[in-house]
Design a protein around this ligand. Sequence first.
Ligand code: ATP
Ligand code: FE
Length: 367
Amino acid sequence: FKVLGIETSCDDTGVAIVDSDRNLLANALHNQAQIHLENGGILPPVAGFYHRANMEKVANQAFTASKLSMADIDAVAATVKPGLSLSLEVGAKYGCFLSKKFQKPFIPIHHMEAHALTARLIDKKVKFPFLVLLISGGHCLLALVKNVDSFLLLGKGLDNSPGEVLDKVHRRLKLRNIPELQNFSGGHAVEVMAEKATNRTEFPFEIRANSILSCDFSFSGLVTQAYNTIAAEEQKYGTTADGVIPSAPNLCAAIQYAITRHLCRRVERAMIFLHRKEMIPRDNLSLVVSGGVAANKYISRALKIVCDTHDYHLSVPPPHLCNDNGVMIAWNGVERYRENLGVLHWDDLDSVSILTKCPLGVDIREA
Ligand code: ATP
Ligand code: FE
């Protein structure tokens, strides 16, 4: 069977078609990143406007490229939570419209569940239960995925997400002024700068949360430390013609290292905990890393070492599937349609509502 997936939770308009044999039949995406970069951040009404302007166009691109029509589709899946309400409503409404008009079942999708399950589309080794680390601009969480719709939340971000930290440091360092980094996302620019570091230990940033006895994440102290250091460096050494401090590469390496270390420690803690409590089998274990920050090679290399130490298979989907896209929504639709989880009849869509916030699964402290 074939599922159409629609994603509009933030600033990407995505429509894709995936079948139950893991074939990607269409993948259309319109990205608003450039528009929001010029505004210095995402303004929800602007995001909503561009989703509305592009929704139908992107859907038609998916149909044209795949030579398929709604008649070939078995179910429609769309992100309904969590995200920006003005963005979510565009895709959710369009999905419901297609579902009613063509009399196809509708499957409401949780955006973070979709991020977590994407790895199973491209990597057959990822079997339930598996561990997932979602690191993006809006989220940071660590969960045990027991089944398509059964998540045990082991740790969550208490403040900034890692993507937010990278984006803030990127903005404060004015890395966009460097011509070769102009069109890079914050995290990507920091990663490229960090590769140029000459002294990786010049700035010893500390994450105090490393000592908190849970798998929760906290990155806020890091932003303050980075801001203070950048101000001090500007005072002492000034900036280049681009307005960037000379020690920017070393600072980027230090930030990236501090984030990586915190992520690795939390993941390792979770692995040890799950073994000790005998909550997972001893073999065929996978760690899935997804979300925009998962594109970072330095972070994934470090997590690979943690995985090798604890006999886990590491699965990181390629960047275009880690960032927001329609494919992950279509695939989540396939996984839910197969097991008849949350599938709605086209005459029964009054209950569909969007939610800006929605925790994923059950918190282990409440389980
Ligand atoms: P969410 O999906 O949680 O709602 P989002 O849509 O902002 O949040 P994504 O699109 O998944 O998140 O990811 C965007 C984030 O990923 C940005 O913060 C960006 O800086 C970061 N990012 C992108 N590429 C890299 C990279 N190579 N290294 C580190 N971070 C990166
Ligand atoms: Fe996302």
